[in-house]
Design a protein around this ligand. Structure first.
Ligand SMILES: NC(=O)c1ccc[n+]([C@@H]2O[C@H](COP(=O)([O-])OP(=O)(O)OC[C@H]3O[C@@H](n4cnc5c(N)ncnc54)[C@H](OP(=O)(O)O)[C@@H]3O)[C@@H](O)[C@H]2O)c1
Length: 344
């Protein structure tokens, strides 16, 4: 077979502020692959990429290597990578066979050659949900909601939860878990279509944080027993003052500071003492061993039966991936941001 193009998205330079498509990330069409001739000696696998996840945390990996945090930075000149679903074309690795659908962390490239596959898992071929969903509510973001719910939320029927960034793949699963367990749900997002989705999920109080003050909403509908925090900064500061005694703050994200030099200060920190709050951060990868099997035994089936709902913002080419990466940072995506390169 003649060599074919293998389009990739490369990390080109560290952004100052928001990522800039074509500058901080570049789409590269120069690589070619002969799919029949790629050498797989030593247990390698050749796979075609089906769906790639575009996540808010990827901005944090677009940094210079001397800045240390919980994850590794992307390497300049190398492809970006994130959770994805790929289909195995050829394999010399006993763990994978041709035709397998594999979820794991993969390059932003049309084709992949890998050995182990970071966080890799062979997916059932007939689960009844699209592959893209395995990088959304049935993948890392859904796990974040499920693991945090089990590990930290300690929800009791009748309690009140406030979920910020509630319409995304993490927040929307939290909203649905909370409604299923009989909580009163206050949910915010930044666009009307997202607010409608939240109403459809049954959230009790839905508001646009860009046009309605969090303070006012919580004065009327609080106090809050569980704050599911995706945003940080002034939102977190406000919510701390509206927590109930012995409340739980589940710190999952801090997107208000992902594109700024530093996070806003939290002046209401003393409320953690006054209200005897539990404030705990969660990184999803820390809890795979405890909750992964229960997650896969529960959530994909609920999605297939329509018991857990989701929305997606889809692009169908890697050429559009850098813009979608920016859109996620700015809130211009309306659902789980995903690049679908092929359905099968
Ligand atoms: N700890 C972990 O292991 C883990 C794992 C996965 C995700 N996360 C975090 O969870 C959060 C949600 O992730 P997701 O995948 O569900 O994201 P998402 O909803 O698909 O996309 C991010 C959303 O953040 C909102 N946003 C952007 N800037 C904001 C700001 N300044 N203030 C308030 N909201 C802002 C936007 O929605 P609006 O229209 O509502 O503004 C945007 O659409 C993120 O903070 C992410 O980093 C953490």
């Amino acid at each position: 077979m003649a060599p074919i193009r293998n389009t990739r998205v490369l990390f080109n330079s560290v952004p100052q502020g928001y990522p800039v498509p074509g500058e901080t990330t570049v789409v590269d069409h120069s690589q070619t692959l002969d799919l029949d001739a790629v050498d797989l000696a030593g247990g390698k696998v050749l796979a075609k990429t089906l769906s790639i996840s575009i996540d808010p945390y990827l901005r944090g990996k677009m940094r210079s290597p001397e800045k240390k945090t919980y994850n590794q930075p992307f390497e300049i000149g190398k492809p970006l990578y994130s959770h994805a679903v790929v289909k195995v074309l050829r394999s010399e690795n006993p763990k994978y066979k041709a035709g397998d659908y594999v979820y794991g962390v993969f390059d932003w490239a049309e084709y992949q050659v890998f050995s182990e596959g970071l966080d890799a898992r062979v997916l059932p071929p007939d689960s009844g949900i699209p592959w893209s969903v395995y990088v959304g509510v049935a993948g890392m973001p859904g796990k974040t909601a499920y693991y945090g719910w089990k590990e930290i939320a300690k929800a009791k029927k009748g309690e009140t939860i406030y979920v910020s960034t509630a319409a995304g793949p993490v927040g929307s699963v939290v909203v649905q878990l909370a409604k299923a367990e009989g909580l009163k749900v206050i949910a915010s997002a930044g666009q009307e279509s997202k607010l409608q989705f939240l109403r459809d999920l049954g959230a009790d109080v839905v508001f646009n944080y860009k046009t309605t003050s969090v303070e006012k909403v919580l004065e009327e509908h609080g106090p809050v027993d569980i704050f599911w925090d995706h945003v940080g900064g002034s939102t977190t500061n406000t919510v701390l003052a509206h927590m109930n005694t012995f409340g739980r703050v589940v710190v999952i994200g801090s997107i208000s500071s992902y594109n700024t030099p530093q996070a806003e200060p939290i002046a209401n920190f003393p409320h953690i003492l006054y209200k005897r709050l539990t404030v705990r951060g969660l990184i999803v990868t820390d809890h795979e061993k405890e909750y992964r099997d229960a997650f896969y035994a529960t959530i994909p089936g609920q999605i297939a039966r329509g018991e857990i709902k989701y929305t997606e913002t889809i692009v169908r080419s890697l050429d559009e991936a850098p813009q979608l990466l920016l859109d996620v940072q700015k809130g211009d995506n309306t659902g789980k941001a995903v690049v679908i390169l092929a359905d099968d």
